[in-house]
Design a protein around this ligand. Structure first.
Ligand SMILES: NC(=O)c1ccc[n+]([C@@H]2O[C@H](COP(=O)([O-])OP(=O)(O)OC[C@H]3O[C@@H](n4cnc5c(N)ncnc54)[C@H](O)[C@@H]3O)[C@@H](O)[C@H]2O)c1
Length: 339
């Protein structure tokens, strides 16, 4: 049965994931209200271009402001009474959190606090917030499962996201706010983030510049194609957590006391960094010159998502192979940059 038109608030709507998610929601008949501060952490033109494609579609409007501005989210929630809130706005990036930690306090801690307060005053049917695979930190047990202890964050970025999980849990418990926390694993694809390795590699290879390969290439990432990630989110919007009345099933991260759950969204297929670089070489038809570098502070050697919970909750299993995803991503990059 078709739903009556539902309204979603998407924070960070001009961002990489926010743009793709908003586009997918609009195409599924949702009304979407975006909010994005268009921060200059990376090229603002890319954000404006993404936002322009959303503004072309009926059903989309946007507020350009910071999520931490007092009153902004409260007014937005009061005026729109969203059915779902998907909170993606954040200061992202592991490495930048060494340089500019305070921006993570403002966007991630205060921003998320304002969002929770707005939800407390005007409760949506479901809140979904972005966390990260980086919260697994120094864990060595692979693949990473949501029910694993995750107390050894290696970067301040990861620490603010872990704090967001605890903050959201307390609000879910105190104010009965159904909340899902996503842990995303290295997302790549068209319209991707220029501060992340896939675009840095593609740009350098196409310019004939050397690429920096950290930890001498001895790293693995559970690279997740953007369409798969968005599909996972869309499915999880319908999987509203309910405060349990009895024991929680084995392997379910559902809180024993709150309508709150953590869910990994990854590809569950860790790819050696050198294989990912080879996929970009294949897609560009060029060989990369490589600067072999030491490990970067704050970084982790490997990530690997257990996606069993996502599949049990939604029936969905991400599966775009890296060769295919990289080919689509390089095709976009060349077209967008005319190279
Ligand atoms: N891309 C990934 O691989 C990945 C992995 C794990 C987690 N995440 C998380 O997913 C979310 C989205 O990531 P993304 O890759 O789309 O990043 P992005 O930087 O492209 O998008 C974030 C958007 O939020 C906006 N923003 C930043 N600070 C803001 C503020 N204070 N108020 C309002 N808007 C603000 C930015 O302008 C940007 O458009 C983030 O929470 C990020 O931490 C991403």
């Amino acid at each position: 049965m078709a739903h009556p038109q539902r309204t979603a608030v998407v924070t960070g709507s001009a961002g990489f994931i926010g743009y793709h998610l908003s586009d997918r929601l609009l195409k599924s008949g949702w009304q979407v209200i975006g909010i994005d501060a268009m921060t200059d952490y990376y090229d603002v033109t890319l954000k404006q271009d993404r936002q322009a494609m959303l503004l072309d579609q009926p059903g989309f409007r946007v507020v350009e402001d910071k999520v931490e501005t007092p009153g902004t989210l409260d007014t937005l929630f009061a005026g729109s009474r969203p059915d779902a809130v998907i909170h993606l706005a954040a200061q992202a990036g592991v490495r930048y959190s060494i340089e500019a930690p305070e921006s993570y306090v403002n966007a991630n801690l205060i921003g998320t606090f304002r969002l929770l307060e707005a939800a407390r005053a005007h409760p949506p049917a479901h809140m979904l917030l972005a966390s990260t695979s980086s919260v697994y930190g120094a864990n060595t047990q692979m693949p990473y499962a949501e029910t694993d202890k995750a107390d050894t964050q290696m970067s301040f970025y990861a620490a603010t996201k872990k704090a967001n999980e605890a903050m959201a849990h307390s609000y879910a418990h105190l104010y009965n706010l159904p909340t899902t926390m996503f842990r995303f694993f290295t997302v790549y694809g068209p319209w991707g983030r220029p501060d992340m390795a896939p675009i840095k590699f593609a740009r350098a290879i196409l310019n004939g510049d050397p690429i920096d390969v950290y930890n001498h290439g001895r790293m693995k990432r559970d690279f997740t194609y953007i369409d798969d990630l968005v599909e996972g989110i869309i499915h999880l919007v319908e999987a509203v957590p309910v405060r349990p009345t009895g024991p929680v099933a084995e392997g379910d991260s559902l809180s024993p006391v709150a309508p709150y759950r953590v869910v990994n969204i990854g590809n569950s297929d860790p790819v050696p960094l050198m294989d990912f670089i080879e996929a970009i070489e294949a897609a560009t038809g060029r060989k990369a010159a490589k600067n072999m570098m030491d490990m970067q502070p704050g970084d982790v050697v490997a990530t690997w998502a257990d996606t069993g919970l996502l599949t049990r909750l939604t029936g969905y299993r991400p599966g775009t192979p890296v060769a295919e995803g990289v080919a689509r991503f390089v095709h976009w990059y060349r077209g967008y940059h005319g190279v």
